[in-house]
Design a protein around this ligand. Structure first.
Ligand code: PAF
Length: 281
C-alpha cells in the first residue's frame, strides 16, 4: 500500500500498472473511513487488479462551512483500516493539487439535482461532480465504486459519466449497517450519545414502512414515516420522499412503473443523516 500526496507521483505509478494490462478500480472517499468504505474497497479488489483509494475532503461540495470545518479528518486510522484490505494506492492530495485554479464549471443535472438533497444542499452536487470528474481525470479508472447510501449522488454520478462520455463503469455497492440498523456514515462519529441511541429508529421506520407498503398507499406511508420520526423529540425530519430510482421523479402510486426508493434526511441534534430503502420494483 503506497500513499501519495501528489497527482504526478500517483499517475507515474498507475502508468506502470496499466502497461502490465492491469484493470484499475477506484474508490473516492473523503476519509473518516468505516466498514461501509471498506466494503467498497473490498468490492474493488474483487473486480479489479489494482485498487486506488482517494482521501480528499472536497470543500466545493460543502454548502455549510461549519459542516466542512467539523468534518472528521482521521488519516492515521484511515490508513490502518485500509491496511486490512487489498488497497494498492492511496492518494491524499491538497486542495491546490485538485484545484490548481478555482473550478467554475457548472453542471446541469435537471431534476436529479433539484429534488431532495438538492433542495436542502444547494451547490452540493455541482461540487461532487467537479471533484469526481477531476478525480476520474487523474486516476482514469476502469471501474469506480460508490455506496447506495448516497443514493442521489449515485444517480448524479451515473448521469455525469453519461454526459461526459467517460469510459468508466460505475459499480453501486450496498449499504452497510451497524448491528442495530444505523447506516454506516462518517457523520455517525459526530453523534452525541443520546442521538446515537435513537438513530436506529431511522432504519426501523424505513423497514416498517416497507412492510406496510403492501397494504397502504404512498401518501399513507409518507405520513407514517413523518409521524414516526417526528414523534421522537431528538430527531427532526427534513424530508422523506419515495422516488423512481433512475429519474428521481416522486412516486404517486405503487402501480407506477420502475424501482421505488424511499429516501430520508433528518437531523439528530446538529448532525444530518441520510438513509434509504428499496420498496418495490
Ligand atoms: O461520497 C463521498 O464521500 C463524496 O461525495 C465523494 C464521492 C468522495 C466526492 O467527494
Amino acid at each position: 500500500m503506497k500513499l501519495y500526496t501528489t497527482i504526478s507521483s500517483l499517475q507515474e505509478a498507475l502508468k506502470g500498472e496499466r502497461a502490465k494490462g492491469f484493470k484499475i478500480g477506484f474508490v473516492p472517499t473523503m476519509g473518516a473511513l468505516h466498514k461501509g468504505h471498506l466494503s467498497l474497497v473490498e468490492r474493488a479488489g474483487e473486480m479489479s487488479d489494482i485498487v486506488v483509494v482517494s482521501i480528499f475532503v472536497n470543500p466545493n461540495q460543502f454548502n455549510d462551512k461549519t459542516d466542512l470545518a467539523n468534518y472528521p479528518r482521521t488519516l492515521d486510522s484511515d490508513m490502518a483500516l485500509l491496511g486490512t484490505v487489498k488497497c494498492d494506492y492511496i492518494i491524499c492530495p491538497s486542495v491546490t493539487e485538485i484545484y490548481p485554479v478555482p473550478d467554475t464549471r457548472k453542471f446541469e443535472f435537471g431534476l436529479l439535482e433539484t429534488v431532495m438533497e438538492g433542495q436542502f444542499r444547494p451547490g452540493h452536487f455541482n461540487g461532487v461532480a467537479q471533484v469526481v470528474s477531476r478525480l476520474f481525470e487523474i486516476v482514469v479508472p476502469d471501474l469506480a465504486f460508490f455506496g447506495r447510501k448516497d443514493f442521489q449522488q449515485l444517480a448524479i454520478i451515473k448521469d455525469l459519466v453519461r454526459q461526459l462520455k467517460l469510459p468508466v463503469g460505475i459499480v453501486p455497492c450496498n449499504i452497510v449497517r451497524e448491528s442495530d440498523g444505523l447506516a454506516m456514515s462518517s457523520r455517525n462519529k459526530l453523534l452525541l450519545p443520546q442521538h446515537r441511541e435513537c438513530a436506529p429508529l431511522i432504519y426501523h421506520t424505513l423497514s416498517e414502512a416497507k412492510e406496510l407498503s403492501f397494504t397502504k398507499t404512498v401518501a399513507e406511508i409518507k405520513a407514517f414515516v413523518a409521524e414516526r420520526i417526528n414523534s421522537n423529540s431528538l430527531l427532526t425530519l427534513e424530508y422523506f420522499e419515495i422516488v423512481d430510482d433512475t429519474s428521481l421523479i416522486s412516486v404517486k402510486d405503487w402501480k407506477d412503473p420502475g424501482i421505488k426508493v424511499g429516501c430520508i434526511a433528518l437531523y439528530a441534534g446538529k448532525v444530518r443523516l441520510i438513509d434509504n430503502i428499496i420498496f418495490t420494483d
